[in-house]
Design a protein. Structure first.
Length: 97
C-alpha cells in the first residue's frame, strides 16, 4: 500500500507494532516491507499473539460467536497485551514529542 516513494517524506520517528504470530498477515509483505521503505528505521515492537490480538478483548457472548477474531492461543493474555501496548506507546510519544 505504501511504496518507498510515498514514504520518503516521513521525517518523524515511527513506532511499528506487529504481532509475533504471522498466521493471518505475513510480516515480510506488510510491516517489514513498510519498515524497509521508511527513510529512517522505525522503532519496532513485537507483541505476542496473532493479528487480532490488537482488537479489544471480546465480551463472552461475542467471543463464543467469533472465535477467530476473539480467541487467542494459549498463553496470550489479550488484556495484558493491551496494557503493555499502552505503556510502550505512551513511552514512545513522551520520548519523541
Amino acid at each position: 500500500m505504501f511504496g518507498a516513494t510515498g514514504l520518503t517524506a516521513v521525517k518523524i520517528p515511527v513506532l511499528l507494532v506487529r504481532p509475533e504470530d504471522e498466521a493471518y498477515m505475513k510480516v515480510g509483505a506488510n510491516a517489514l516491507a513498510l519498515a524497509g521503505n521508511l527513510p529512517h528505521p522505525p522503532q519496532e515492537l513485537v507483541m505476542p499473539g496473532r493479528h487480532f490480538v490488537f482488537i479489544d478483548p471480546c465480551p463472552e457472548k461475542i467471543a463464543a460467536e467469533a472465535s477467530l477474531i476473539c480467541g487467542d492461543e494459549p498463553g496470550v493474555d489479550r488484556a495484558s497485551v493491551h496494557r503493555e501496548l499502552e505503556t510502550e506507546i505512551t513511552g514512545f510519544l513522551k520520548q519523541n514529542l
